[in-house]
Structure formats: C-alpha cells, structure tokens
Ligand binder design. Structure first.
Ligand SMILES: Cc1cc2nc3c(=O)[nH]c(=O)nc-3n(C[C@H](O)[C@H](O)[C@H](O)COP(=O)(O)OP(=O)(O)OC[C@H]3O[C@@H](n4cnc5c(N)ncnc54)[C@H](O)[C@@H]3O)c2cc1C
Length: 577
C-alpha cells in the first residue's frame, strides 16, 4: 500500500525497513517483498513519480534538475580545483530517486571494476562473472523507439531480455551518428569502434544504451516498484524523510539499530537498510551517531560508534562540457528554442512515442585511455581498474550539452562532453548540524590532483583531434568560447578549471571493505561495521566510481544485496523452523 503521510502508517513494525526508494532501495523493496513471508516498509522523502509527465519523456530529463521539486538541490562547498566555484549537485527526491530524473544512459561497468570490488573486499561474489546473474535480472533489452534494425550496433548474446529495467538503443537518428562512426573507421587505432558497451569490455566508441521503453523512461519506480504495488506485505510511504536511526539495544558488545524516525517510530524485526544514496546515507549514519566521533561531537551529535570512514572517500566523475558551433540547423538546440518545433516534437511523442523526445542525450559514447607513454605515469600509478578500463569518457551530444550553462539564444551546437572516469581526487559528505533538515556539506574536491587535471587537459586535445577526421569537414565551425583558442597546457588547464562541473555519479561515502579492515563502512555483505541490524545498499558502498554511468552498477549491487538479505532471512527462520 502507498501512504502519502508517515503518520497514517497502520503498522509500525516490519521485518525490513528500507530508507530511500532510488535505484537501489526500489530493487531491494521489490525483491524482498517477492517472498510473502517478508514484510517490508519502504520510506521515501520525496513525492510520487506518478503523473509527472516530463519525467517520462526522455529528452526532457534536461528540465528535471537542478532546483526543482524533484531534486534535493544540493550545492557543493566552494571547490578550489574549480576556481572556488560552488556548483549545484542534483539528487532525485521522488519515487525512483535519481533514476526518475537521470539522463538514462545504461551500462554495467567494466569487468575489471567488479573484479576490483571483489579483490579489495575479499569477496569473490562481487566479481564480474558472478554479477552477471544480477545483470540478467536487471536488464530487459527492448526495441528502440523507431524500431530500426540494430544489426552492428550491439551483440545480442551480451544482453538479457528478461529483467526489470527496459533498455534500448537510441530511437532517434542524429546528424552525428554517421560522422562519429566514420571517425572510428578513419582513426581506428586511437578511436576504435566498440561493438557493445554493456558487455564488460568498455574501451572504444560505440552505440549508447538507455533505460528507455517504447520512447518512455524506465526507472526503478516503473521497473521494480510498479509491479510490486499490490503486494500485501509491502508498504511504501512517501513525503517521509527519515531523520535518525535509533539504538534499540545490543548484540553482544555491539549496538543494535533497528528503529528509524520517520515522523513516527518504525521498527524492524530483522534489519534496517539504508538506500538513501551517496549523500543521504552517510548523513543519516552521522545523524545517528555513527561516524568520526570528534567530528560528530563538534556538531552536537553524541557518538555511538566511532567510524572515521563514514562520509569519506567520495569519488565522482567530473564533467567537462566541450561545445562546438556546427553548420546544421538539425540539432536539439533548435527544438528547445523554437516553440513550433518543440510543440511538433511533443505532438509526435504523444502520438507514437517517437522523434527527438523519445531519445536521451547521446547516441554514441566512448571510453578512452591516456596513452601508456603519457608523462603523468612517470609520477602517478595508473588509477584505472585495469588495463581494459578507461580514464575518461567522450559523450557525443547533438546539442549544447552543458548542464550548468544555458545555451545562447542563437546557434546550433554539438558537444563532446568529457567525464573523468578514474579520478584520484577524493571528497566527503559531512553533516554540519544535528538538525536533519540542514543539508550536509558536500565537498567532492574536484580536480584536486595532478592526475585529474592532466587527464582533462589531454582529453581536450584528444577531442580536438577526433574532430580532424574527414567526416567533420564542413560540419564543425568552431569551438565555443575559449575552447577555440586554448593551445598551451596552461591555457587548457585554465579553461578546464573554469568550466568543469559534475555528471552526478558520487559513490564511496559508505564504502565496503574486507571484514576486519581498519577502514571502510560496510563489510562485503553490506552490513555496517561495528553495528547490528543495519545494512547499506546503494551507490555509497562502491569503493571506486565505476566505468559506467552509475545506475547500472548500482542496480546490480542492489540485486545482489537483496539476495544476501534473503539468504540471511532464510537462515534466521530456519533456526526456529
Ligand atoms: C541529473 C542526473 C543525471 C544522471 N544521469 C545518469 C545517466 O544518464 N545514467 C546513469 O547510469 N546514471 C545517471 N545518474 C546517476 C544515477 O541515477 C545514480 O547513480 C543512481 O540513481 C544512484 O542510486 P542510489 O540508489 O544510490 O541513490 P538514488 O537513486 O539517488 O536514491 C536515493 C533515494 O533516497 C531518498 N532519500 C535520501 N535521504 C532520505 C531520507 N533521509 N529519508 C527518506 N528518503 C531519503 C532520495 O529521495 C532518493 O529517492 C544521474 C543522476 C542525476 C542526478
């Protein structure tokens, strides 16, 4: 049952309470409630996704954040690496969490990402091979909105057609498509074509998948929660911000936390699962006395469990929007600017779910490495997950793809927006008050290392080289702003620091580590270290940001997390059976 107000909840005790209905929380709620013996409460601070039409139209995802009712509206602390700019940092606050407002690019990560998670946690269950069973439960490959023949754009055997989230190739061709692919042929050694970006081998440029079903967003709310709504053992409460977890006793010498404050007190017989995302989860742990004791005392929170790793180790993909003027009116800029074209695109989408509105931001993306001879490797070890993982991503947008700077009133554009995939900067999320309604300080420490700035500087030169292929002759006119004029490394660095922002993929703030490790927040089974009755299942457990837009890997983590809980539940009831 869906409750709109936490004070109306009839039950106050459940087997499991999940805090946060985003990518991960929705998966866990749906999977646990498949078992009719398990009662589940899913608590979500935001509103329902039902009836929010722009959130269903893929291209309008650009309008959903920042600073809307669907967004937590975080802002970073001033970032020295970005000339002290404080940048807005959207997070979904709605059923489906950030999957209801995101740009829908869908990947799983590189095989090496998951193998590294397995090796740093000492749990082979996180390795790529084992995680493919969860990829199968998550992905449902469907036809693109325009039903075009997909031959050559993907490898069918790498995909699942039976999972919960609908995934498709772009259903709207753009003038960039043939040019990007022709460049992979002309410059095949530097920019090789990748025949399928989802299968774990991510290097190269290929066709992008998106969580889109028949021209409509597929989110954790539509893919996981909607089919579970009628279950009598699942309650969902929205407009309900959890403000604190309460200590309920102890298990041996360690404290138990099985109650959560959501207007009323709600208690869990088995566990509370924090799925509040990379900002919400560490904040809730800290508000509940789990964190660095000195830092907690400084803001008036009584420490219960000293764990200095809570809120630390944040990593994210910094985003560098490189935009060029092009000689073609057929870019999305025209649609956004011209009410007649906008209305025609909307009418087409309403009529048959096709056209520009049925697609997301990019039809092709590329995953690139710095050359092995790059001078940075003389002083810095390669931070990538392995030799088949990337240092940066190229996102090819048929428009002004710069989320933080509005497009000018005239002109047509293309973007090669760069995401820094293997950053070495690490930031933090830290409450500044014991008041749960005061937002935590979010400090990603963007571009605070030599490796990060080196990589983005090189990526500008590499992107410019990409556009020297024959396919772009007569198409690209000039770089926008300083992009056109910067030449020396110092000039490019100044440009990078001026325009870089984020692609909103924060992870690591409640990172998992091996059992018994002296750092980390959760064990490999996602249970909070030094605490009984509490797990974290969301992006915050990932120790390194993956080679992917993060929803896919987080869906997979959540599928396995739900499996781990179900096994423990079975074991617990068998003690008494
Ligand atoms: C604008 C934007 C664009 C993006 N584009 C892409 C993309 O194209 N492809 C991709 O793969 N990824 C993308 N991402 C990232 C991706 O969506 C996230 O990595 C993923 O959704 C994170 O999953 P999560 O479960 O950790 O957190 P979330 O999905 O953010 O869910 C956390 C949930 O917890 C709720 N919550 C938080 N605190 C509390 C509390 N105290 N009480 C109750 N509820 C609480 C939140 O409201 C939210 O619903 C994008 C993100 C954003 C913001």
């Amino acid at each position: 049952k869906l409750y709109h107000n936490p004070s109306k909840l009839v039950n106050t005790t459940y087997d499991y309470i999940i805090v946060g209905a985003g990518a991960a929380g929705a998966v866990v709620a749906a999977r646990l409630s498949e078992d009719p013996r398990i009662s589940v409460l899913l608590v979500e601070a935001g509103i329902s996704n039902e009836g929010i039409v722009p959130a269903t139209i893929p291209l309008l995802s650009l309008s959903l954040t920042p600073n809307t009712i669907l967004d937590w509206n975080f802002t970073t602390t001033p970032q020295p690496g970005l000339n002290n700019r404080a940048i807005s940092y959207p997070r979904g606050r709605v059923l489906g969490g950030s999957t209801s407002v995101n740009y829908m690019v869908y990947m799983r990560g590189s095989a090496e990402d998951f193998d590294r998670y397995a090796s740093v946690t000492g749990d082979s269950g996180w390795n790529w091979k084992n995680m493919q069973q969860y990829a199968k439960k998550n992905e449902k490959l469907v036809a693109p909105a325009d039903s075009h023949n997909m031959t050559g754009e993907y490898i069918p055997s790498l995909h699942s057609t039976s999972g919960a989230i609908s995934v498709s190739l772009s259903g709207n061709p753009t003038p960039l498509d043939s040019r990007v692919i022709a460049t992979t042929q002309e410059f095949s050694s530097e920019f090789p074509f990748n025949p399928d970006l989802v299968g774990g081998n991510i290097l190269g440029i290929g066709w992008a998948f998106a969580s889109i079903d028949n021209g409509t967003r597929s989110s954790s709310a539509t893919g996981y929660l909607s089919p579970a709504y009628g279950r009598p053992n699942l309650d969902i409460v929205i407009n309900a911000q959890a403000t604190k977890l309460e200590e309920t006793g102890n298990f041996g010498t360690i404290p138990s936390f099985r109650r959560v404050l959501v207007a009323e007190n709600a208690g869990a017989r088995h566990e509370i699962i924090l799925s509040s995302g990379a900002f919400g989860t560490p904040a809730l742990l800290q508000l509940s006395g789990i964190g660095d004791s000195t830092e907690l005392r400084a803001v008036g929170v009584a420490p219960v469990v000293h764990n200095p790793s809570v809120g630390k180790n944040m990593s994210d993909h910094a985003l560098l929007p490189n935009v060029w003027n092009v000689n073609n009116p057929d870019t999305y800029d025209s649609i956004f600017r011209n009410p007649d074209l906008f209305n025609a695109s909307m009418a087409q989408w309403i009529n048959n779910r096709t056209g520009a509105f049925a697609s997301n931001i990019a039809n092709q993306i590329g995953w690139m490495r710095l050359p092995e001879s790059a001078s940075i490797f003389r002083t810095v070890p390669d931070p990538a997950a392995g030799p088949n993982s990337s240092h940066f991503e190229m996102i090819f947008g048929n428009f002004w793809l710069n989320p933080t700077t509005p497009a000018p009133p005239a002109g047509n554009f293309m973007s090669i927006t760069i995401a820094l995939i293997s950053p070495t900067s690490r930031g933090s999320v830290q409450i500044s008050s014991s008041n749960p309604f005061i937002k935590p300080l979010v400090d990603p420490k963007f571009l605070s290392t030599n490796f990060d700035i080196f990589t983005l500087v090189e990526s500008v030169k590499i992107s410019k080289r990409f556009l020297t292929a024959k396919a772009w002759k007569g198409y690209v006119r000039s770089g926008v702003g300083e992009l056109e004029t910067v030449k020396t490394d110092a000039e490019i660095e100044a440009y990078v620091r001026k325009v870089t922002n984020t692609i909103w993929h924060p992870v690591g703030t409640a990172m998992m580590s091996a059992k018994g490790a002296s750092y980390g927040v959760v064990d490999p089974d996602l249970k909070v270290k030094g605490v009984d009755g509490l797990r974290v299942i969301d992006g915050s457990v990932l120790p390194f940001v993956p080679n992917a837009h993060t929803q896919g890997p987080i869906y997979l983590i959540a599928e396995r997390g739900a499996d781990l809980i179900k096994k423990d539940f079975q074991a617990a009831i068998c003690l008494t059976c």
